[in-house]
Design a protein around this ligand. Structure first.
Ligand SMILES: [Zn+2]
Length: 63
């Protein structure tokens, strides 16, 4: 698991499974790009106002 982030994801709001990946917005650092390649995090790109979910579940739900 990643050591970049201390926050543990809450259970998925759709399917209830734990272990969702953190969605990171804005310009990613090299570390974050590597982490995204490894599947530890998801790069969200430029955040859209009013729509910035924090977590992406394996089921596809963002919350
Ligand atoms: Zn889910």
């Amino acid at each position: 698991m990643t050591t970049l982030f201390d926050d543990a994801p809450p259970d998925c709001s759709q399917c209830g499974s734990p272990g969702a990946r953190a969605i990171i917005y804005g310009d990613p650092s090299e570390e974050m790009i590597v982490a995204a390649r490894l599947g530890d995090i998801v790069l969200g790109g430029v955040p859209r106002e009013g729509h910035t979910p924090q977590w992406l579940c394996a089921c596809g739900a963002r919350y």
